[in-house]
Write a protein that binds this ligand. Structure first.
Ligand SMILES: CC(C)(COP(=O)(O)OP(=O)(O)OC[C@H]1O[C@@H](n2cnc3c(N)ncnc32)[C@H](O)[C@@H]1OP(=O)(O)O)[C@@H](O)C(=O)NCCC(=O)NCCS
Length: 169
């Protein structure tokens, strides 16, 4: 049985994890826990009952500026101050488990979590950094739009997400 998304802990078994994209595999194995302990990123995982991890996403809150590369709708109507966004920095499913709906499930958990946080902390948009064209296609399939001049970064406005969630999606 696969767990609900939960916070990464040192008891989790990362040894067999391989999503087929080395930077994402290595980051989970070598950096995720330390990054979480130091308060830089938070990692949520899904695991089998023996604690073997089969998927994860990592996020933090960052700010983006009003530079030209920031999409117009993200900065529209805002004063010239840093804009807080929820960054899904990494998301991956072990290769043996891809194509079974788990990536979509983790992504939904991430965006719902961002929406919940935005009840108390201002968050203008959700940003994702897709690792390659395949990842870009995955995020496009769930309504993220590419940054105009930043082909691997994508965005979704929090107010648009709220409408989608409000519609029961
Ligand atoms: C990309 C990844 C997270 C998708 O997870 P998954 O469990 O295989 O995907 P799912 O089965 O949950 O599919 C969810 C939806 O995305 C779509 N999708 C999945 N992979 C896709 C792709 N490469 N291109 C376009 N759409 C894709 C599916 O068709 C599905 O749509 P549907 O709900 O309308 O049927 C996974 O393949 C993975 O870990 N890849 C390696 C790491 C990676 O590229 N991470 C991306 C973030 S940087």
């Amino acid at each position: 049985m696969i767990s609900r998304p939960e916070s990464l802990r040192k008891e989790h078994d990362l040894s067999a994890f391989n999503c087929g994209k080395e930077p994402l595999t290595n980051w989970l194995k070598k950096h995720a826990l330390q990054s979480q302990l130091s308060g830089h990123t938070k990692t949520m995982i899904i695991a089998e009952s023996d604690n073997v991890i089969i998927g994860y996403y990592s996020y933090n809150i960052i700010s983006v500026g009003h530079e030209d590369s920031t999409p117009d709708r993200v900065k529209k109507g805002l004063a010239d101050h840093p804009i807080p966004v929820f960054l899904i920095a990494r998301l991956a499913i072990d290769s043996k488990h891809q194509g079974k709906g788990l990536g979509g499930r983790l992504l939904r958990h991430a965006v719902r979590g961002a929406a919940a946080i935005s009840d108390t902390v201002p968050i203008r948009a959700i940003i994702v950094d897709a690792i390659d064209d395949e990842a870009t296609a995955f995020y496009k399939s769930v309504d993220f739009e590419p940054y105009p001049a930043h082909s691997r970064r994508m965005w979704l406005l929090m107010k648009d997400l709220r409408k989608t969630l409000g519609s029961g999606a």
